[in-house]
Design a binder for this molecule. Structure first.
Ligand code: ATP
Ligand code: MG
Length: 377
């Protein structure tokens, strides 16, 4: 039987947004679109906000976070079974009591970046045994970590640009030695990226040794682990993937940044990058892009949704996997929903599909044996 049909009441959907990452504001924008699109005839929507410092809020948290005002402190316990979103009563800033606000049937973590898209919130939802939209702990964590992601791609036979991992400790201990090694391995330009951030934060394009030195120092402010990657003259292609074990890929889109590269300003401030849907590609290249997108998605055990970003080398025509965003921007004008819209799936229907996928995955998981033990004698 369909999981949804078992519900006697409207499905109670917790939508979590905000959070501690640099993409807090992007999350609020995505959540605004999601909250507006969830059909009130089908769903009882329970908004859950997380402040920049990590405090959970209920009530009207979107307004509170946008206006930076107070809202009801809330929390979710890791105990499986209860599924309660709880109001946290405070007395002189100390926890003084818990009361149930609502039970949750499924959660949509509309969180981008660290402490949201990286498996951490997913871990809490696993402990609580709550169904949730999107990749699980491993898929989220691998999607977030640019270095581990590239290693998984290599193991799956999916090409990535040449790259090296540099530990911030190694860089600090011997900067000139690290620069010598990198200059022997790559030609300029090279890109330096913190392994675990998104939205181009801390990323530099480096055209000479002095800039590479500055780029490494900059990235080391954000992460212990730095990815150094061969720069190439590339076209940026994106595919929206939807599904659990048998995912489908949308048509291919292309981003033409107007700035030197698709950095934070291009993504969220200047907003003048051009989105081409579909990307102007030969049909066989587009088919290969979609094949690679699904293969990468499956290789990291992604689930629900993922926006898969690839690079096409303008000079050689080679395709390289760049990354999977396991909770991509989800406003109505974001690439992920636009790619599906152009592939025949409307924004509201996409949310219905994602919720169904979350419930289906949870049902499969709960049928698995997890407490195997050997009896004596
Ligand atoms: N090796 C490269 N060669 C040329 N351009 C690159 C290279 N790596 C990154 N770029 C440019 O920098 C941008 C940001 O890099 P990347 O996509 O790896 O990180 P990110 O965008 O921070 O991650 P996320 O998409 O998760 O937010 C790319 O969109 C592209 O414009
Ligand atoms: Mg990117």
């Amino acid at each position: 039987m369909n999981e949804r049909a078992k519900q006697q009441h409207k499905l109670r959907v917790g939508v979590i947004f905000g959070g501690r990452s640099g993409e807090h504001d992007v999350s609020l924008q995505s959540a605004q679109s999601v909250l507006a699109a969830l059909d009130p005839a089908k769903y009882e929507v329970i908004p859950i906000g997380i402040t920049r410092t990590g405090r959970w809020l209920s009530g009207d948290p979107l307004t509170a976070l946008l206006a930076r005002t107070a809202a009801q402190p809330a929390t979710l316990l890791p105990d499986p079974g209860a599924n309660d979103l709880l109001a946290l009563e405070l007395d002189n800033a100390q926890p003084a009591g818990l009361t149930t606000i609502s039970q949750l049937d499924v959660v949509i973590p509309v969180l981008h970046g660290t402490y949201g898209e990286d498996g951490t919130v997913q871990g809490l939802l696993e402990l609580a045994n709550l169904p949730y939209v999107g990749a699980g702990v491993v898929g989220s964590a691998v999607g977030m970590d640019k270095a581990i992601f590239k290693q998984v791609m290599a193991a799956a036979g999916i090409p990535v640009l040449p790259w090296r991992l540099v530990l911030a400790t190694a860089w600090t201990a011997d900067p000139e030695g690290v620069l010598d090694e990198l200059e022997a391995a790559f030609h300029y330009p090279v890109f330096v990226k913190p392994a675990n951030l998104g939205s181009s934060v801390g990323i530099s394009r480096c055209d000479d040794r002095a800039r590479l030195r500055r780029g490494l120092a900059e990235a080391a402010r954000f992460d212990r682990r730095l990815v150094v990657e061969q720069g190439a003259d590339i076209r940026e292609l994106e595919v929206a993937v939807l599904g659990n074990e048998q995912p489908s890929a949308s048509i291919v889109g292309e981003i033409r940044p107007r700035r030197a590269f698709y950095d934070y300003v291009a993504k969220y401030v200047s907003d003048d990058s051009e989105l081409l849907i579909p990307a102007p590609l030969d049909p066989d290249v587009a088919a290969e892009v979609r094949r690679m997108a699904v293969a990468a998605y499956q290789a990291i055990d992604c689930a629900g949704l993922g926006r898969v970003d690839l690079m096409l080398d303008r000079r050689t025509g080679a395709l390289y996997m760049n990354e999977i965003n396991t909770m991509p921007g989800f406003t109505r004008i974001s690439m992920y929903p636009k790619l599906w819209e152009a592939s025949g799936v409307a924004y509201g229907d996409l949310l219905d599909r994602l919720i169904d996928l979350a419930l289906a995955r949870h049902a499969v998981k709960n049928r698995l044996v997890t407490d195997f033990s050997v009896e004596d004698g």
